[in-house]
Design a protein around this ligand. Structure first.
Ligand code: PEP
Ligand code: MG
Length: 929
């Protein structure tokens, strides 16, 4: 793919046709615009929009964007650029020089630029940046002359050497630092030494003389460690920076992040070269990050943080505690720090006005970066702000009410999986009230989590792979930590604000996170709390990400009360008005059913009868089931079954009662019988006694049920064919439960479902039993009718292929996509774990087919089955009950192929409801196109 694209980009250029590789912006004009994200990356497209759109024309420092196509080209063509790039860059740079009245590399009035990445989708901190490009021993004199700020100039120079040697000379060259210590760390240590020697606390305490000496030291160290001098030539610096940013697309961090976020490798990153503006030119300068609404809870007020006299990444790096931009942005950590609206009211008011215009223009919450250079405000970036699930729902519904967006847009703004966050457990308020928190920080990621403390990303990943629940504790996180952050239950940092790296990433994932935990001292294998308590590696802690609290030990977690969340309720009711497909649940207890109905389930799509033989209260029915299984003669079996029937009926009836007339699809026993054979001697002995036979005979009977390939063995309908009395008992239990409820004046609507069928004759065989039992039950209960449907699962490819026949008898189909995927692919659903990672890594498969429907293959079987089934029975009711019923993409697929409903586990229902509504909206949009 990459190669193909590269050809496309460079091919015509070679033939002499001119391809535009460079897009300028600034001075109220721009070559590009917001719609060109694929080519210019998100950052580049939005810089163009802010600079050039007639409604905006914001104060954006001029610059230019090199397209993502060049990146792909460059990486594919072994780090060579398309021929015309140099000329285009020179021309664009000349325009910037003109707009700024400065010259790149000029000794008396030098232009400095930043070189930044910017992919189609934001990848916070995952790629590299170089600032202050263009500074050297000559141009620094001009900078000092122009700014009259010698300290600032030398500070900028030492930052350039640090960043450049790290990003361009080491990382982009693929140099593996010795002892794992990179050049940046080496230089950082040198800086630390100087501070220590001089007794300074802050970087800002360094004097001109200190910084000059540091620049000399840094250069010497770079030559010593990397074997090459830091390049003085500004053009070399510029092209080094551009190449390094492109190379960072294939850096480990970026690749890890792409895997998690499913960002395609072939997108590439753009490079933005932009005139530098400085937030570190004294106390009338600042830099900050802000959101047009609060990304943590959706509060509709302008929200952000800033640092006085700081440059670029300082806010995101989380090194200094940022101050709030206004009253609404204050938190426990920043309460006493001066707000921007007080310290620089003119700039704040201008910024406030700009953010209003930006939100109105983009009609969505914006994440903005700004810099104030000596009292002048500049906009460095705007993009759609990442937000957690709670904020996503609130912002979407608020904007809908404000009439900024319509209902379809509002529903499209929330990713179905984001609703999981609203369903996340919280710390039990009772347990919380009774426990003293050991730490308090900022609530950066929602929900609650408990786990064992670990202190490195590698440990988090290693412990998690052993099945341990862990919480990653760090002083601050960096993009290198994403893997461990992803695998941890929660993230806890001692430093950083609400816009720090940890907060940003956690918010994107909806992961529980507390940052800037006051007074926490994080060491290699332990942390110390403000009060001196020590928590060691492996100790359990509980984190409340909604309140920013940390507790020692395992606190009880409980589910949230969604019914009283008005915004959520409103979102769901909007979805219900929009969606066409019904949503049912897979449940087999009254408790789960009640929960599902609360979430909006419109019936049960799969009641697995075998579940009553597991878990709480199952001892007696399981014993009777075992007795039935171990029976030898039909009479023995019938005796056991008649003892078992009341238990089966009781469970079905209790669930039907909760449903109050909503349909319930009850599936007859599915698993191979051997699954229920007891292993322990005492259980076998009890059975022997009950059946009046000896232990050896019971063991023999159990062993005879063993199969080589039970998943393809004696299970599903095959049990009912061999042991009709087993089907009889279940059908009787279902119909009697329904009939009794009807007689009690209640409602019941069972759907009897036959599993694992592959030919219509199996359904015909079982239908005879149903008809017989139905007549008997109606008679014994004195009812003229018990409403019910008779149908089958479609989970064997042959069933899908002969669906026209199956529908002659079946009144409904339920696609069992777990088995259909298993049998369609020939992948054992229980053993796929051993090879799936390789399939995903090698891109043989895009996704796990047991999680999201393989639309190309298994999806075709479904389509085919639906068409054929409905060709026989036009009104055939069709649903899905495999795990895919709660996967958003699969739900959308089910809508498109014309199913009547999807069925999923109770906690997936809100996700399915939203996905079902989005499917309708996507349909509408596709038709419009
Ligand atoms: C299926 O196969 O999709 C299904 C729902 O049945 P089970 O998972 O119980 O085999
Ligand atoms: Mg199945």
């Amino acid at each position: 793919m990459a190669k193909k694209k590269a050809k496309k980009a460079s091919g015509p250029a070679k033939k002499g046709k001119s391809i535009k590789y460079v897009y300028s912006f600034g001075g109220g004009k721009a070559d590009g615009n917001e719609s060109m994200k694929n080519l210019l990356g998100g950052k580049g497209a939005n810089l163009a929009e802010m600079a050039g759109h007639k409604d905006l024309r914001l104060p954006v420092p001029p610059g230019f964007t090199i397209t993502t196509e060049v990146c792909i080209d460059y990486l594919a063509a072994k780090r060579t650029y398309p021929k015309q790039l140099k000329v285009q860059v020179d021309t664009a740079l000349a325009t910037v020089e003109k707009l700024m009245g400065k010259k790149f590399g000029d000794a008396s009035n030098p232009l400095l630029v930043s070189v930044r990445s910017g992919a189609r989708k934001s990848m916070p901190g995952m790629m590299d940046t170089v600032l202050n490009v263009g500074l050297n021993d000559v141009t620094i004199k001009g900078l000092i002359e122009k700014t009259k700020n010698e300290r600032f100039a030398w500070d900028s120079y030492r930052r350039l050497i640090m960043m450049y040697s790290d990003v361009v000379m080491e990382k982009a060259e693929g140099i593996e630092p010795k002892n794992g210590k990179g050049i940046r760390k080496t230089l950082d240590e040198r800086l630390g030494e100087v501070k220590k020697q001089k007794g300074y606390k802050l970087d800002t305490d360094l004097t001109v003389a200190d910084l000059k000496q540091l620049v000399a030291d840094f250069k010497a160290k770079v030559r010593e460690v990397l074997g090459k001098p830091f390049p003085e030539n500004p053009q070399d610096q510029l092209w080094g920076g551009i190449g390094a940013v492109f190379m960072s697309w294939n850096g480990k961090r970026a690749i890890d992040y792409r895997r998690i976020e499913k960002i395609p490798d072939e997108w590439g990153t753009a490079v933005n070269v932009q005139s530098m503006v400085f937030g570190n030119m004294g106390d009338d300068s600042a830099t900050g990050v802000a959101f047009t609404r609060n990304p943590g809870n959706g509060d509709p007020r302008f929200y952000g943080e800033y640092l006085v006299n700081a440059q670029g990444e300082d806010v995101v790096a989380g090194i200094r505690t940022p101050a709030p931009i206004n009253e609404a942005s204050k938190n426990d950590q920043s309460r006493d720090l001066p707000a921007l609206e007080k310290t620089m009211p003119k700039c704040y008011n201008q910024l406030f006005d700009i953010q209003k215009r930006l939100e109105k223009h983009y009609k969505d919450m914006q994440d903005i970066e700004f810099t104030i250079e000596q009292g002048t405000l500049y906009m460095l970036q705007c993009r759609i702000g990442k937000r957690n699930g709670t904020a996503a729902v609130k912002i979407a519904m608020d904007m809908f009410r404000e009439k900024l967006i319509d209902s379809d847009t509002a529903l499209s703004r929330v990713a179905p999986m984001q609703l999981v966050e609203l369903l996340l457990p919280m710390v039990d308020p009772k347990a919380e009230a009774a426990t003293k928190a050991i730490g308090k920080g900022l609530p950066a990621g929602p929900g609650a989590a408990k786990g064992r403390a670990v202190f490195t990303s590698e440990d988090a990943a290693a412990w998690a792979s052993r099945g341990e629940k862990v919480i990653l504790v760090r002083e601050e996180t960096s993009p290198e930590d994403v893997d461990g952050m992803h695998k941890a239950q929660a993230i806890l940092t001692s430093k950083g604000g609400m816009t720090s790296h940890a907060a940003l990433v956690a918010r994107g994932w909806g992961k529980c996170c507390v940052v800037g935990c006051e007074g926490l001292e994080v060491e290699a294998k332990e942390f110390k709390t403000k009060s001196g308590e020590v928590v060691h590696e492996g100790d359990w802690i509980t984190v409340n990400g909604t309140k920013g609290l940390v507790y020692r030990g395992e606190l009880n977690l409980v589910n949230p009360d969604l019914e009283h969340n008005a915004t959520y309720v409103e979102l769901i009711s909007l979805c219900n008005k929009t969606r066409k497909i019904n949503i049912r649940t897979n449940a087999d207890t009254p408790k789960d059913t009640a929960q599902a109905v609360k979430f909006g389930a419109e019936g049960i799509g799969l009641f697995r009868t075998e579940h009553m033989f597991y878990g709480e209260g199952s001892d007696k029915p399981l014993f009777l089931l075992r007795k039935m299984i171990m029976s030898k003669t039909p009479q023995e079996r019938r005796n056991a079954l008649s003892e078992l029937e009341p238990f089966v009926k009781r469970d079905i009836k209790a669930t039907m009662e909760v449903l109050n007339g909503l349909p319930v699809t009850i599936r007859l026993l599915d698993p191979p019988l051997h699954e229920f054979v007891p292993h322990s001697e005492d259980k076998l002995a009890a059975l022997a006694q009950e059946l009046g036979i000896n232990l050896a005979e019971v063991k023999k009977r159990g062993d005879s049920l063993k199969e080589n390939n039970p998943m393809l063995g004696h299970r599903g309908v095959r049990l009912g064919v061999t042991y009709p009395e087993v089907s009889e008992m279940q059908i009787r239990a279902i119909l009697e439960a329904a009939g009794e409820l009807i007689k009690e004046g209640k409602k019941a609507y069972p759907e009897i479902m036959i599993p694992v069928t592959g030919t219509v004759n199996e359904i015909i065989d079982q239908k005879k039993i149903v008809d017989k039992i139905y007549a008997e039950v109606c008679k014994s209960l004195g009812l003229s009718k018990i409403p019910y449907l008779y149908g089958t699962m479609i989970e064997i490819p042959r069933a899908a292929l002969t669906a026209n026949k199956m529908a002659e008898v079946a009144e409904f189909f339920s696609f069992g996509t777990n088995d259909l995927t298993q049998m369609g692919f020939g992948f054992s659903r229980d053993d796929i774990g051993s090879f799936l990672p390789d399939y995903l890594e090698k891109k043989i498969l895009k996704d796990d087919p047991f999680q999201t429907i393989d639309q190309e293959g298994i999806g075709e079987l479904i389509r085919f089955g639906i068409d054929r089934g409905r060709s026989t029975r036009a009104k055939l009711k069709i649903g899905i009950c495999g795990e895919h019923g709660g996967d958003p993409d699969s739900v959308k697929f089910c809508h498109r192929v014309g199913m009547n409903y999807v069925s999923c586990s109770p906690f997936r229902i809100p996700i399915a409801i939203l996905a079902a509504a989005q499917a309708v909206i996507e349909d509408k949009r596709a038709k419009k196109k």
